[in-house]
Design a protein around this ligand. Structure first.
Ligand code: PLP
Length: 380
């Protein structure tokens, strides 16, 4: 079956007990055993839940993985993944990352002696140099948050494996509708389901999808041992959101295209960040590993932090808020909001300036979004 059909039907047969076409929300926290340890596959709500099992099987299917695991948040998924890294080991991470991801890496560095090397892994020469030394994990976002840099997944997977590392890809921005990293050699996919997978700003969740059986076994054990699991209702909300992921991603892209028209020709904008926009090599990557470029556009407003704040104050359709990937358009000022936990000098050094704003283009009428941005730019 093709992807959009799998979004509706993969791993979601009608309920065998009743024929219900929507998966039931199973709230039971414990399951009867006919004799000690004789079960129908479910024991206790943290260890496993039938609604969660449907979501996890769906995630594995959509990401072309061996196994999906759902968590209480994207950072809950990352915490559990980091529990699998022995103390003192080395992680090589891309320099442009969600602020909370970097904050958690830094915590593990201070607390447990993890070594974390932040490098521009969108540059293969730099990746090659960084991975001349052995590592345990290579950790990237592609596109990155908030600068929308792209990583050559196939090439980086080769370099990671030669360095003895697994390649982990945070696929939150692209979603499996536009990019399936496991098909390009990555080992583990991470999601904040809070964003596009849920899609409606009404559920916090995270996921890991494993491409290898040994990782699947280890991480499933840790999912239960650590216990950062989502509620059955949250799992249902993500399953409901997934049904429309395909149509939503197409609409998000149409909105992004309308916004790009405006920011691309404005003298009030110093730089526009969008996958495949700046470099010819990125356009080749889009063709090779992506089915589309997504709905996030970051722009650097001319005039720095003050100009950015004037721009934000004038927007009417875009809502100033953290998060992204929802049906409603959201705008973020990374320097003071999502990436405020990253030291200023570190931020500035790799391009997250005070003038940068991140636009998550929703599925409203694209013409209204374009007008909103054009109007707000006039105030700059
Ligand atoms: C939001 C986000 C996360 C963290 O996920 P939560 O669900 O908020 O814990 C991780 N990675 C990226 C790219 C994100 O945008």
């Amino acid at each position: 079956m093709r992807f959009d059909t799998r979004l509706i039907h993969a791993q979601q047969p009608a309920d065998p007990a009743t024929g219900a076409v929507v998966p039931p929300i199973h709230l039971a926290t414990t399951f009867r055993q006919s004799a000690p340890n004789r079960t129908k596959g479910f024991v206790y709500g943290r260890s496993g839940n039938p609604t969660r099992a449907i979501l996890e099987a769906t995630l594995a299917d959509l990401e072309s993985g061996r196994r999906g695991l759902a968590f209480s948040s994207g950072l809950g998924a990352l915490t559990t993944l980091l529990e699998s890294v022995p103390g003192g080991r080395r992680i090589v991470a891309i320099d442009d990352l969600y602020g909370g991801t970097r904050r958690l890496f830094e915590h593990h560095r201070a607390q447990f002696g993890l070594s974390v090397d932040y490098r521009d892994l969108s540059d293969l020469a730099e990746a090659r140099a960084a991975l001349a030394t052995p590592a345990h994990l290579v950790y990237v976002e592609s596109p990155t948050n908030p600068l929308l840099k792209l990583v050559d997944l196939r090439a980086l997977a080769g370099l990671a494996h030669r360095a003895g590392a697994r390649l982990v890809v945070d696929n939150t921005f692209a979603t499996p509708a536009l990019q399936r990293p496991l098909e390009h050699g990555a080992d583990i996919v991470l999601h904040s389901m809070t964003k596009y997978l849920g899609g409606h700003s009404d559920v916090v969740g995270g996921a890991l999808v494993l491409g290898r059986d040994d990782d699947a076994e280890r991480l499933a054990w840790l999912q239960n041992a650590v216990g950062a699991v989502p509620s059955p209702f949250d799992c249902f909300l993500v399953l409901r959101g997934l049904h429309t992921l395909g149509v939503r991603m197409r609409a998000h892209q149409e909105s992004a295209a309308a916004v790009l028209e405006v920011v691309g020709r404005s003298r009030k904008v110093r730089a526009v960040h969008y996958p495949g926009r700046a470099r010819a090599s990125d356009r080749a990557l889009v063709r090779r590993q992506m089915a589309g470029r997504g709905g996030i556009v970051s722009v650097e407003v001319a005039g720095g932090g003050r100009a950015a704040r004037r721009f934000l104050a004038r927007l009417r359709v875009f809502t100033l808020a953290e998060s992204l990937g929802a049906v409603e358009s959201l705008v973020d000022h990374p320097a003071s909001m999502t990436h405020a936990s990253v030291p200023r000098a570190v931020r500035q050094a790799h391009g997250v300036t005070d003038g940068l704003v991140r636009l998550s283009c929703g599925i409203e009428d694209p013409a209204d979004l374009a007008e909103d941005v054009a109007h707000a730019l006039r105030a700059v």
